[in-house]
Design a protein around this ligand. Sequence first.
Ligand code: CAA
Ligand code: FAD
Length: 384
Amino acid sequence: MQFQLTEEHLMIRNAARDFARQECLPGVIERDEHQKFPKEQVLKLAELGFMGMMVDPKYGGSGLDTVSYVLAMEEISKVDASVSVCMSVNNSLVSWGLEAFGSEEQKQKYLTPLAQGRKDGELYIGAFLLSEPEAGSDATSQRTTAEDKGDYYLLNGTKNWITNGSSASVYLVMAQTDASKGSKGINTFIVEKSWPGVVVGAKENKLGIRGSDTHSILFNDVKVPKENRIGDDGFGFTFAMKTLAGGRIGIASQALGIASGSYELALKYSKERKAFGKELMQHQAIQFKLADMATRIEAARLLCLKAAWEKDQHQDYALSSSMAKVFASEVAMWASVEAVQIHGGYGYVKEYHVERLMRDAKITQIYEGTSEVQRIVISRSILK
Ligand code: CAA
Ligand code: FAD
């Protein structure tokens, strides 16, 4: 067993760290305040090859491993989780799903520009549309329907809470084709936002990740060509679950970054701020908070890297990814609250960044499967 990163891993981590500091930090407070989608930052991420990190270079990707992806996600999430969620969805839900299960034609047509994050010089990213107003955790209860009309499907329904909702060009949509078959009657379709009948609904006004554009998406008699179904008839729910197992490594790494970003700011502040004649860090109560933060963050990092390593070794990683996600997201929430506490009143205002990290942390316990859902996945696996 080795706990050592390769030269390439260190290079990726440094590149992501520099990118976060130079490109994401300036303007992050304003983007959060005004709910501004970080388009410029995402285009630059695409230039770095970070929008299709794990995709084979023959489809426009960077051909890197999942460990590199975790390292990059952590660094970017330390500074701007709205940028990293966009990156995570495009990398691990959309691009990975298409590369693993798409047809050669689908990969040529859609994956190649998605992995590059651009088409004809314009932003070109994807979104993953599973959740509905009445189907979140209970994801098999799909109300969106895809009626088989011979050479096309007719898609009708509403999806909720869609990350990259208005900025994406391509949607991977789960829909019920045959309700009598339950989850085996669900299919996943590649749908272009520009097609007739696709409507981008209202943008959500959120607590955190406010730069990320979250929308409901409506489908009114949208004609989806048969060749845009992913995999065999009835494969759609398995597609969603298998894809989410990898996605959860991305969100776990996002949570890890929020936690370690909070810790780094708290450590720095505790060296600068004085109270009762000495730096905060000279008070043992503060030292213990920092010690606990460092310890739990390291444990979260190891879980993220283990899940990534298992994926890279082509082992089953669904259990590890759920463990990483539930643990890292709980560490993120706790550590960001502690970081605000260490900053005192200054932690409660925008300029010190920790209040934003605290607001951003909460979503990591909700999306890509709530903490309760991760515990369902973990307990089913260990009780099997
Ligand atoms: N791989 C392959 N197949 C799987 C699977 C996996 N990891 N997990 C489940 N399946 C299969 C099951 O084997 C089952 O097939 P059979 O009927 O043949 O046995 C079928 O899928 C249905 O599974 P369950 O019976 O386990 O379904 P369930 O109703 O009990 O639900 C659940 C299980 C784990 C709660 C699941 O519904 C779930 O993960 N819910 C959360 C949904 C979620 O994570 N949404 C995230 C949306 S995307 C997002 O949020 C993006 C973002 O924010 C950025
Ligand atoms: P519910 O499923 O109604 O859950 C409510 C509460 O009940 C939760 O605490 C839950 O854990 C608990 N609960 C439910 N069932 C059980 C059970 N069996 N046992 C114990 N507790 C249970 N979805 C997408 O498809 N694509 C996206 O891009 C996307 N992006 C998102 C971005 C944001 C900002 C947000 C807020 C959500 C996003 N989602 C997305 C949706 C997200 O995945 C769901 O919100 C999440 O899966 C929970 O579903 P729900 O909101 O319907 O809550």
